[in-house]
Design a protein around this ligand. Structure first.
Ligand code: AMP
Ligand code: ZN
Length: 137
């Protein structure tokens, strides 16, 4: 899909801070994170949502999320994490390329889903991605 931002990330037309890649999936930092280290897992192929993506690829996405999540937690010194998939505008889906959010949670962070987001300072995003990448087993 030529106008899909996540396809552009897959093709390196748009830069990203990747923490994991294999021949079918990539994981990279969310540019507008709910918490530092918020990571997205996507298939390289373009599928709009959970209903469009073949079951084996959906299962593969979950497998990668399970691999990445403990690395996000340990790198961010988090206490837990959320795994979320938004499907459709009403559910908050902004990018129509199916993705799993892995959101690190700190005890008492009172995070609510929705528009309150942060921005990384210069250089901080690369350093955060490296910490997570180094923690992946
Ligand atoms: P959703 O609202 O579930 O569709 O999530 C889309 C996510 O993609 C949002 O959390 C955005 O902050 C994130 N996002 C959009 N563009 C980029 C990008 N170029 N690099 C990294 N994350 C992005
Ligand atoms: Zn796409």
């Amino acid at each position: 899909m030529s106008n899909c931002v996540f396809c552009k990330i897959v093709n390196w037309e748009t830069p990203s801070q990747q923490v994991y890649e294999d021949d079918q999936f990539i994981a990279f930092l969310d540019i507008n994170p709910m918490n530092w280290g918020h990571t997205l897992v996507i298939p390289r192929g373009h599928y709009e949502n959970v209903l469009d993506v073949p079951e084996d690829i959906l299962a593969g996405m979950i497998k990668i999320a399970k691999k990445v999540a403990p690395a996000v937690v340990s790198a961010m010194k988090a206490d837990g994490f959320n795994i979320e998939i938004n499907n459709g505008r009403a559910a908050g889906q902004l990018v129509d390329h199916v993705h799993i959010h892995v959101i690190p949670r700190i005890q008492g962070d009172n995070l609510k889903s929705g528009p309150s987001r942060s921005r990384y300072a210069e250089g901080e995003m690369g350093a955060t991605a490296k910490k997570i990448k180094d923690a992946i087993k």
